[in-house]
Design a protein around this ligand. Sequence first.
Ligand code: NAD
Ligand code: DAU
Length: 334
Amino acid sequence: MKLLITGGAGFIGSNFIHYILKKYPDYKIVNLDLLTYAGNLENLKDSEGNPNYKFVKGDIADAKLVNELVKEVDMIVHFAAESHVDRSILNSISFIHTNVIGTHTLLEAAKNNGNKRFHHVSTDEVFGSLAPNDPAFNEKTPYDPRSPYSASKAASDHLVRAYFHTYDLPVTISNCSNNYGPFHFPEKLIPLFITNLLEDKKVPLYGDGLNVRDWLYVEDHCAAIDLIIHKESIGETYCIGGNAEKNNREITHELLKLMDKNESFIEFVKDRPGHDKRYAINFSKIKKELGWEPRVNFTQGLKKTVEWYKNNQDWWKKIKSGEYKDYYKNQYGK
Ligand code: NAD
Ligand code: DAU
């Protein structure tokens, strides 16, 4: 089996590459990643010498390059995206380029090279925002994206389904809730707060801090995608969640406790514009059809994550200082 993994130098993509190379040592992986600010080859240092792993620096919207790479593989697992909501609020053009045009470019290449198997990694944010007592999102929930990020991901999901219906492209889609774990870029809530606390800095809680997310340990997300790509579930969508709804204050308090800090480290700051109130996932379809459920509960997962950031200070300090980009300059000349 030869996989083209896009966005494999990012948070979830790099965890997925580690997961696949460990579980299927004979699989071949090509990792196509543009190495934007969020892509970090240090996430994959362990795999660099592996003869079954190859890195290609490039843009998923580069049709010529994508076509050449897709020709050589059996399947595409598509993670590459602009992924941070706050950045999409400041400027969304790169979100349209990568999430919409990039996904379209990959779909065209998959269609034009013998209808290659295509798995699209998407998000629960496409379903919009829930009120406190609304039932959790499921595969039939209508789309209602509310940020430029989630709108661009919704557009990509629609394109993937369109290629299934129009061209019989063998696709699957997964819509997952908030991930956390190793290699999570320290601009997102959990890694930002852990690394700030390790630096004795305050943590910026948006608005009233009562927005709710459903948290999933990243390895559980990788296990779900592994099941989806290995079962004949063509045309299907799966919602993936952690069964761990928490508001941001609860998370902050758990982190303060784990890291031996008091409430004086909390700083309430201006809210995110259009801030979605609550996400929650009903994952009964993937549980029933593929036997998947989360294995790591939130308390265990958060503890493991704090330990990882304590033990890998070099990794996140280089990111926070901007020094990690020198690594690419040396290797790729830009
Ligand atoms: P990330 O921002 O950590 O990584 C994205 C990767 O894509 C980076 O390595 C970046 O260099 C690469 N990339 C960006 N633009 C590219 C382009 N034009 N061409 C090639 N590579 C490009 O993101 P993540 O958190 O790992 O998310 C991965 C996927 O999972 C995304 O599609 C995201 O929407 C989805 N998702 C994320 C979460 C979450 O909680 N992080 C939850 C559900 C779904
Ligand atoms: O739900 C899945 C999505 O989860 C993914 O599709 C996105 O790629 C991923 O970034 C994540 O989006 P969120 O916006 O939910 O994640 P973020 O970590 O940015 O924020 C989580 C919550 O914490 C949200 O309610 C905003 C709040 N927050 C975030 C930051 C960065 C703060 O209060 N302070 C902060 O500094």
